[in-house]
Design a binder for this molecule. Structure first.
Ligand code: G2I
Length: 366
């Protein structure tokens, strides 16, 4: 059984045989030039070694954060920390279906474009989140009563358009998000019900055709431990790879409760890495029952360190993304009543012990 509390519902066709983590930065540049491997915009020396991004740059990995559009556009304290500490960004909501295609064929790229432009200006890579999900679908799509044929072509056209728009500017996509139930069965969704599990392979193939260099992920929560859900995903990933489907990585969201990191996390990530897949921690946060005590903040620091080490200690770990910078804007308190304080910075942008824990987890010399 998972030790995590479950997250409530809110919320080249072959695998590449490279080892990501120890790749020297000079070699990374060379491979980018040859088109074999795209790890864009890592900028060694661009940031002080003692920032999160300084440590991550030195290791050739990503330290990312989810970014909300309102904070990006209205809070200069927020952007100062964002640009000092992170070499990767994920749109917290701006690239989801309801945000980009609110009416059929009517696209609104304003917020997504803002983030992609900000990232380019600050030498940050972009993780795209997310193309196929059961949640945050616009009402025209949810209520459209489309046939399987229509839905298939709607999905293809959405993926072609969104991935195509950001071709070369998004280094990895969460193509499929949260496709499984905790017991390992497929989650009931518009896609699963109308199209069957084959929608996953199709989505990956379409995304690959739209941007062959982007790393294509399946992303989920409660798969950090060795459990029924991660077993089911492992079986699917193995099958997709055997079929030559362009799956490049698995995203482990990692929404944890303080003191309850699964003890099997590292071994579990390693078994996916052993398949030749990249692994990434994509949405890390560690929530605490409020008010947080000094002991809980100290434990949270250890949890951030352990979670990042659990990924970076595995071959093919591409990096760690936290699901927000500051407790000021975290999704946690509105979803888990009585919990909060889940992120590395407090509401006033003071670094918490968790920041130090995350730094230690990233530090190549630690
Ligand atoms: O729920 C946490 C995350 C779980 N994994 C997938 C992620 O995409 C998900 O992110 C959260 C965002 O952090 C929230 O900000 O996804 C939620 C939606 O499922 C986001 O919340 C929504 C609010 O529920 C809406 O009321 C709001 O309109 O954000 C929307 C845009 O601000």
């Amino acid at each position: 059984m998972s030790t995590q509390a479950s997250t409530p519902s809110p919320s080249s066709h072959r695998r590449r045989r490279r080892v990501l983590r120890p790749l020297p930065l000079a070699a990374a540049g060379l491979l980018v030039a040859t088109g074999v491997y795209a790890l864009p915009q890592l900028t060694p020396g661009a940031s002080a070694a003692t920032t999160l991004r300084g440590y991550a740059d030195a290791r050739g990995v990503r330290i990312g954060t989810a970014v909300g559009d309102s904070a990006l556009t209205s809070d200069s304290s927020y952007t100062a920390v964002l640009d000092r500490e992170f070499n990767s960004v994920t749109a917290e909501n701006a690239m989801k279906w309801d945000a980009v295609e609110p009416t059929r064929g009517g696209f609104d790229w304003a917020a997504a474009d803002r983030l992609v432009a900000h990232a380019a200006a600050h030498k940050q890579g972009v993780r795209g989140h997310t193309l196929v999900w059961y949640s945050q679908l616009p009402s025209w799509l949810r209520n459209g009563d489309f046939s399987a044929t229509q839905l298939n072509s709607i999905l293809k056209s959405h993926i072609d358009t969104e991935v195509g728009r950001y071709k070369g500017r998004v280094y990895a996509w969460d193509v499929v998000n949260e496709a499984f139930n905790d017991d390992g069965s497929m989650r009931s969704s518009l896609w699963q019900t109308k199209l069957g599990t084959g929608y996953i392979a199709n989505a990956l193939k379409w995304a690959h055709a739209a941007d062959p260099a982007a790393r294509l992920y399946i992303n989920d929560y409660n798969i950090e431990a060795d459990n029924a859900k991660s077993d089911a995903l492992y079986a699917l990933a193995k099958q997709l790879l055997a079929q030559g489907v362009p799956l490049n990585g698995i995203g482990f969201q990692s929404h944890f409760v303080v003191g309850k990191l699964p003890s099997t996390m590292k071994a579990n990530l390693k078994r996916f890495s052993d398949l030749g897949l990249e692994v990434s921690v994509t949405e890390l946060d560690v929530r605490i029952p409020l008010p947080a005590s000094a002991a809980e903040l100290a434990q949270q620091s250890k949890d951030y360190k352990t979670a990042s080490e659990n990924c970076l200690g595995v071959p093919r770990c591409a990096g760690v993304t936290v699901w927000g910078i500051t407790d000021k804007y975290s999704w946690v308190p509105s979803t888990f009543t009585g919990y909060g304080a889940a992120l590395p910075f407090d509401e006033r942008y003071t670094a918490k012990p968790a920041y130090t824990g995350l730094s230690k987890g990233l530090d190549p010399k630690a």
